[in-house]
Ligand binder design. Structure first.
Ligand code: THU
Length: 160
């Protein structure tokens, strides 16, 4: 038996104002997308904005459904949209903002496991890290230099 310890690295910013202007702008796009989420069931709005290497910003928000599992998270809505519209354009950064309609979301909300796996696919495909920034409605912003930092032991196509 051997024990394996896995370490990861994140940066935590106290406030959005500590981040570079381009990231602040991307987070503002995520907030705009968040406000257009379709979340009548959970009342939890999430917005994601991707900055592509062609300078385009692609947004997504969570889209819910009366048949609950048919809904989709903001991050996957955005990344699949980017993959469909610009299949050969690299994704540089992803900004995520989440806000409950029932309470003040004052802590950073990370992407769920399924979204992490989906983002990993694109990071591997483009062979370049995607910087990920996530936050709540206010307060701290967390930065991960790469999706891999958020999903150790990810499943990839090397075994298929
Ligand atoms: N949600 C996202 O959009 N992204 C996540 O990473 C976690 C959860 C959405 C899905 C659902 O519409 C609502 O938030 C509550 O789970």
């Amino acid at each position: 038996m051997k024990e394996v310890n896995i370490e990861t690295k994140l940066e935590v910013y106290d406030d959005i104002s500590e981040l570079p202007a381009d990231v602040q702008k991307l987070l503002a796009s995520a907030v705009e997308a968040r406000d257009n989420a379709y979340s009548p069931y959970s009342k939890f709005n999430v917005g994601a904005a991707l900055l592509l290497e062609n300078d385009e910003v692609i947004i997504g928000s969570n889209q819910e459904n009366a048949s609950y599992p048919s809904g989709l998270c903001a991050e996957r809505t955005a990344i699949y949209y980017a993959g469909a519209k610009y299949p050969n354009t690299k994704i540089l950064k992803m900004a995520i903002s989440a806000s409950s309609q029932n309470q003040i979301t004052d802590k950073p909300i990370p992407p769920c496991g399924a979204c992490r796996q989906s983002i990993a696919e694109y990071e591997i495909k483009q062979d370049q890290p995607i910087e990920i920034f996530f936050t709540g409605a206010k307060g701290e912003v967390v930065k991960s230099e790469s999706l891999v930092n958020l999903l150790p032991l990810l499943f990839d196509n090397s075994v298929l």
